[in-house]
Design a protein around this ligand. Structure first.
Ligand code: AMP
Ligand code: MN
Ligand code: MN
Ligand code: MN
Length: 285
């Protein structure tokens, strides 16, 4: 069975995961993870509970976050902040800003879904959320599955919530600069999450990596549950050519929905410098 002791990307019910932070940590420990980063979307609310459980279970919990970013012409990117000091005012300031963006977008999404006859999406999405101040598309997606509009979460995105479909509402997240400043103010390392998932041409990807490097970005998530072997190889090469460190994470959200469980990811390709190279982590104790 595939076990990577490092899993540096996952979600709890403080964003769009379905498990409590304590349940995420317990599950990771049972799966053989020894160093886990909890990286909820735009929130640090689950970190205290996760740190508490990790201490009891004797596993290392890295405080993290996955920030939503709008890049240039409006491409949404996800930037991980790893090993952050979560209470840093600059970080909490951008979290407040993102909460507002999410609130407005969620209202707009519920309104847009009315035009296809779905009138109770606001209440429906709220029902799915344990942390009602942070609504994501996933909460709307779960509601749409529950009401029978689509058979699965992934099918929802074919007919709803994706660009050009009912319920999709464009939003202005942080700029790349703002996200990196906040992560660096919090003494964290900035990592581009699942870089293979963005629909960018090779040229645009090179421009993104140039900008990210120039802003002091440190790493690429080379190993993630949604990369093909070719993408893993491509981003390994980019780490070498740009001098980035490499990270690995399952992006686990939910036992029923996620294809890949906590820790069930490959190790980093040989020769890469891991993002945790300077952390004080001793495993196997
Ligand atoms: P949001 O940040 O609110 O726009 O929500 C984005 C989240 O929706 C992602 O983090 C994923 O968890 C989920 N998501 C987006 N697209 C898909 C998809 N095609 N299939 C399944 N989940 C998706
Ligand atoms: Mn998510
Ligand atoms: Mn993401
Ligand atoms: Mn994620």
């Amino acid at each position: 069975m595939l076990v990577n002791p490092f899993d540096l990307h996952c979600h709890s019910w403080f964003s769009d995961g379905t498990l409590a932070p304590s349940e995420v940590v317990n599950r990771a420990a049972e799966n053989g993870v020894e160093c886990l980063a909890l990286t909820d979307h735009d929130s640090t609310a689950g970190l205290e509970e996760a740190l508490h459980t990790a201490h009891q279970k004797n596993i290392r919990l890295i405080p993290g976050i996955e920030l939503s970013v709008s890049w240039r012409n409006g491409t949404t990117l996800h930037i991980l902040g790893l090993n952050i000091q979560k209470d840093t005012p600059e970080l909490q300031h951008v979290i407040e800003k993102l909460k507002n963006v999410r609130l407005h977008r969620a209202h707009a999404m519920a309104h847009d879904l009315k035009r296809v006859g779905i009138h109770d999406a606001w209440e429906g999405a709220l029902r799915q959320a344990k942390a009602p101040e942070l609504l994501t598309r996933t909460h709307f997606a779960r509601f749409l599955v529950e009401r029978g509009s689509a058979p699965s979460i992934s099918k929802v995105y074919k007919h709803y919530l994706a660009q050009g479909k009912p319920g999709f509402c464009k939003s202005e997240w942080l700029s790349l600069e703002e996200s990196l400043s906040a992560i660096h103010a919090a003494q964290g390392l900035a990592v581009i999450a699942h870089p293979g998932r963005y629909s960018l041409s090779n040229g645009a990807m090179q421009r993104l990596l140039d900008s990210f490097k120039a802003l002091g970005g440190q790493g690429l998530e080379v190993v993630t549950s949604n990369h093909t072997p070719d993408q893993t190889q491509y981003f390994t090469q980019q780490c070498f050519s740009f001098g980035f460190r490499a990270s690995c994470g399952s992006d686990f959200h939910c036992p029923k929905e996620s294809r890949i469980d906590l820790g069930r990811i490959h190790g980093l390709p040989v020769g890469l410098t891991p993002i945790w190279a300077d952390w004080d982590v001793t495993l196997g104790q």
